[in-house]
Design a protein around this ligand. Structure first.
Ligand SMILES: CC(C)(COP(=O)(O)OP(=O)(O)OC[C@H]1O[C@@H](n2cnc3c(N)ncnc32)[C@H](O)[C@@H]1OP(=O)(O)O)[C@@H](O)C(=O)NCCC(=O)NCCS
Length: 356
């Protein structure tokens, strides 16, 4: 079977997503459901359109793979940061389960991705891909980090055949939101009363007076979270970037619940944020959680996570599930998540290719 990949155009401002991006959304939804067994992460085509139009700090490309009959069989996105990490391209290949042979789809996509990566001057390629957490009959792939493993599947085989190295494994976990959980989150917040730290939380954009310190904390997130052998410089953040990201998140149709712990000088020293897609009231995705290095060991990670959860459930009572991903070696974060009740359900591989 012959597969051909094409580059999709960036949709014009305010134009609805074209047929190509609709197929991208459909492939991704089917792929994720195939691997994880649920549709919580399926995004509407409009979300892809908003993301694709936003090219200020990251150059983005979407490629769609079709078979000879013109049926979509896979897609890939290519992202190249423009303000930092200038040697790195992020490539996410995805295959429509049950369609053309998986490796053939990735081959066709990769052929079209390579010139984009070349033109972008990128010497390193990163890919994050979901895999089984169990042995599906082909053994295991162990990461360079030495912690965790993933079940070998066609995607792992294909990545290795292209020279990608599995640097790190992330554990995908889900938390079921219950009345008991909300009560115990409230108890964690109450227990912080009378300590040196105060909690503040909000839904939506960052309060203007906190933008500067939030920019500094967000920049730390890019280097403090364990990234094993994945090449990673600190990201460029400033107040303008905080405002821009808040705007794009709103355009994406996401409400963010953010909680911070304020230190003795009233400035944030820890934060956690939950992304809530407005079209799926039952679902949230855990985004960053970070405690500044000078303030670790006071339970602030648990505190800000409990406060973000409380903020979100107060605004979205229908919330039922929170999904998160953590490096297998991030024992501190995994311990906090276990305490909250997150259950591991899958794994993601962090793959790296060093070119030439
Ligand atoms: C995960 C994180 C938020 C936990 O911080 P925390 O809430 O202060 O952790 P705890 O209060 O539970 O601390 C437990 C112990 O681990 C220590 N600790 C916590 N994080 C640590 C780290 N990254 N490195 C070394 N020690 C750490 C604490 O000092 C404490 O030690 P103690 O018991 O001897 O006092 C924090 O490690 C962090 O910000 N890491 C970087 C960002 C990150 O990985 N985020 C998650 C990405 S998925």
């Amino acid at each position: 079977m012959s597969i051909h990949a094409v580059l999709l155009p960036v949709p014009a401002a305010d134009a609805p997503p074209g047929e190509g991006l609709k197929q991208v959304a459909a492939v991704e939804a089917a792929h994720v459901e195939h691997v994880l067994g649920h549709a919580d992460l399926a995004e509407a085509p409009e979300v892809y359109a908003v993301g694709y139009r936003s090219q200020e700090t990251t150059r983005k490309h979407y490629l769609l793979a079709r078979d000879t009959e013109g049926q979509a069989v896979g897609y890939a996105s290519v992202r190249m940061p423009l303000k930092d990490n200038l040697s790195v391209a992020h490539v996410f290949p995805s295959w429509l389960p049950g369609s053309a042979p998986e490796k053939q789809v990735y081959d066709a996509l990769w052929t079209e991705c390579l010139p984009l990566i070349e033109t972008g001057g990128r010497s390193v390629v990163h890919s994050w891909t979901m895999h089984p957490a169990v042995d599906v009959g082909h053994g295991w792939v162990e990461p360079q980090s030495g912690v965790g493993r993933l079940g070998r599947d066609d995607r792992a085989d294909w990545l290795e055949s292209q020279g990608f190295v599995l640097e790190q494994v992330e554990i995908a976990s889900t938390l079921t939101v219950t009345a008991d959980l909300i009560t115990s989150a409230g108890e964690v917040i109450a227990a912080a009363d009378g300590t040196a730290y105060k909690v503040r939380s909000w839904l939506g954009p960052t309060p203007p007076e906190l933008r500067g310190e939030m920019a500094r904390l967000r920049a730390r997130m890019s280097i403090d979270a364990p990234s094993a052998g994945m090449e990673q410089e600190d990201e460029h953040w400033d107040e303008a970037e905080v405002v821009r990201v808040d705007r794009v998140r709103d355009e994406w149709g996401r409400d963010y619940a953010t909680a911070v712990a304020l230190g003795p000088d009233g400035q944030p020293v820890a934060y956690s944020e939950l992304a809530h897609p407005r079209d799926r009231p039952q679902v949230a995705i855990q985004d960053d959680t970070l405690v500044h290095g000078d303030h670790r060991g006071h339970g602030l990670g648990l505190l800000v996570k409990a406060a973000a959860l409380t903020e979100l459930t107060r605004n979205v009572p229908a919330l039922r599930r929170i999904h998160t991903w953590n490096a297998a070696e991030n024992t501190h974060m995994l311990a906090i998540n276990r305490r909250l009740g997150f259950v591991p359900l899958g794994v993601t591989g962090a793959w790296q290719l060093r070119r030439g």
